[in-house]
Design a protein around this ligand. Structure first.
Ligand SMILES: [Zn+2]
Length: 537
């Protein structure tokens, strides 16, 4: 998700988990129920007709799946007020019962492990309208300056079942997808993947998009407008990658200038993270009537064709105005969100922590390490320490908005601990290679980082991901003798820190017990790249 610091804090503040009753609907939506666990997604064939004048959509989704275990009931999610009209398997109508947004299909055919089956769900309705896209999403029914419909979807957290029927849990992804969107014939739809064909039927046109890679549910999107486009080819690590830009006609010239940052982004992120993960599907940047979202291979853009975050620098250092926040941040998600995807939104830091961190790696690549350090350290002023980064599991709830910049500063601190930028880069590339197109848990990422840094990082991650405490290094200094210890730390937290003694680098190895050390000087400066507090007592 695109972060909107102030908005995000307000949203999270307004519905903190403590104040919220968790319901059975939360469990049906957020857990791997027995009606989900027995089948493995293989393919979606989604067909939707969009009628902007009526704010109405209708169509069907054919869900192909592999049977893992014999079962009789299959769960499909579709949120009210959307209505299921019929469900079929092999041409035979099936009965289903509904419990809120979860629908339980009674299968007639014997489900044999190893076999592939399909269910076709036909549906229609006026989908939930986005309240404040993309954070409080749904359909955005807008108009461009000339009065043409300008329509887009966004649904992270809320779930793709807000507008189409699917298995709405992130642990399972289809291996490929076809998205056929029918719109009034003077408009165009831009969805994920490559445009395979366009058919005109009466007053409508159908745009057939094909996605050849696994895709998560909230990444699937439709964008309908009076688009024009331009394109270019990026020569990347895996060969030529087609970049296509869709914008409204009045913004074409501005986009041609601003979007030169797209190949710059690819250069920087392929360097740090490895090849763009979806070469077969191409890369698109698509103008939308909201700020932006990491929709896979069709990243959406609404940052007014200017640098910063709607013109602002989130770091307060000036470096945030050296890049277009939405191009860099949302495209950074192609590696962390779309390639490596959380299984449970409680672990959303895997998307947002790494992607907020990617902003400073972009600066590092194009402007140098000093710029990158200043930026990421500057973003600390956005950290609230209101609640832990990791949220509750199994109920489709995310943790604190601190997953962005506290997450980024945790990773920046880890880069210091590794003390070898080539090795750190290989670890980041290794994550994208070893978890290529996979859904993961925080535990898998934590274990990977411990293994590949050669350090036991369990206390480190417990501290930063599971508490709101910032490690505080208390110290006294008498002449050339320093006494120091950590407070506000979890058990076994013993992260080393780099200090400068009269300008010379030295490492201290604090834990929660007082230690005394003689220094080669009397002036001590703590390296600000470590996300800790220091307190002279
Ligand atoms: Zn994001």
């Amino acid at each position: 998700m695109k972060q909107g610091l102030i908005l995000l804090v307000l949203i999270l503040g307004a519905c903190s988990i403590d104040a919220q009753e968790l319901t059975r609907q939360d469990t049906l939506r957020g857990s791997i129920t027995s009606e989900r666990a027995w089948w493995d997604l293989n393919h979606y064939d989604l067909n939707v007709k969009i009628e902007p004048s009526k704010k109405f959509i209708s169509g069907y989704n054919v869900v192909r799946y592999k049977v893992l275990e014999e079962a009789k009931t299959l769960q499909i999610d579709l949120q009210e007020p959307m209505k299921i009209e019929s469900i079929e398997q092999d041409g035979k109508k099936l009965k289903f019962t509904s419990e809120g947004n979860a629908h339980f299909i009674k299968l007639k055919k014997k489900q044999v492990p190893g076999e592939f089956n399909e269910v076709k769900i036909t549906y229609s309705g006026q989908p939930r309208e986005a309240v404040r896209a993309p954070w409080d999403g749904g359909f955005s029914w807008k108009q461009d300056k000339n009065g043409n419909p300008f329509v887009a979807t966004s649904c992270q957290g809320l779930g793709a079942s807000v507008w189409w029927p699917n298995k709405d849990h992130m642990y399972d992804e289809v291996d490929s997808m076809r998205i056929s969107i029918t719109v009034p014939k003077d408009l165009m739809d831009v969805s994920n993947g490559q445009l395979e064909s366009v058919e005109e039927i009466g007053e409508f046109k159908t745009y057939n998009w094909v996605v050849k890679n696994p895709i998560n549910n909230y990444g699937v999107n439709v964008n309908v407008g009076n688009y024009v486009h331009f394109d270019e080819v990026f020569e990347g690590e895996k060969g030529p990658l087609k970049l296509v830009y869709y914008v409204l006609p009045e913004n074409l010239e501005k986009a041609k200038k601003q979007f030169v940052q797209t190949p710059m982004m690819l250069q920087a992120f392929e360097h740090w993270f490895g090849p763009y993960p979806f070469y077969e599907d191409g890369f698109k940047l698509v103008e939308v009537p909201y700020l932006g979202m990491e929709h896979q291979s069709s990243v959406t853009y609404g940052n007014k064709f200017e640098n910063g975050y709607l013109g602002r620098d989130l770091s307060g250092t000036g470096w945030g105005l050296q890049f277009d926040f939405i191009i860099i941040h949302e495209a950074g998600h192609e590696w962390f969100a779309n390639n490596i995807t959380y299984k449970d939104i409680a672990d959303m830091w895997i998307h947002e922590g790494f992607t907020a961190y990617s902003e400073n790696l972009y600066l590092d690549y194009h402007f140098g390490t000093k710029a990158s350090e200043a930026y990421v350290v500057g973003t600390r002023s956005n950290i609230q320490n209101d609640s832990p980064i990791i949220g509750p599991y199994g109920v489709n709830k995310s943790g604190s908005g601190d997953m962005y910049y506290k997450g980024a500063n945790m990773l920046h601190t880890l880069r210091q601990l590794v003390e070898d930028d080539d090795k750190w880069r290989q670890i980041l590339r290794g994550l994208n290679k070893d978890f290529y197109h996979k859904t993961v848990t925080t535990k898998e990422i934590e274990d990977y980082l411990s293994k590949h840094t050669g350090k036991d990082l369990s206390a480190f991650f417990n501290q930063y991901l599971r508490t709101t405490m910032i490690p505080t290094l208390e110290y006294t200094l008498e002449g050339d003798t320093i006494k120091f210890r950590y407070t506000d730390v979890v058990q076994d937290f013993d992260m080393p820190v780099r200090v400068f003694i009269d300008g010379s680098e030295k490492w201290l190895f604090p834990n929660s017990e007082w230690k005394t050390e003689k220094l080669d000087g009397t002036q001590v400066i703590f390296d600000k790249n470590f996300y800790i507090e220091t307190k002279k007592i």
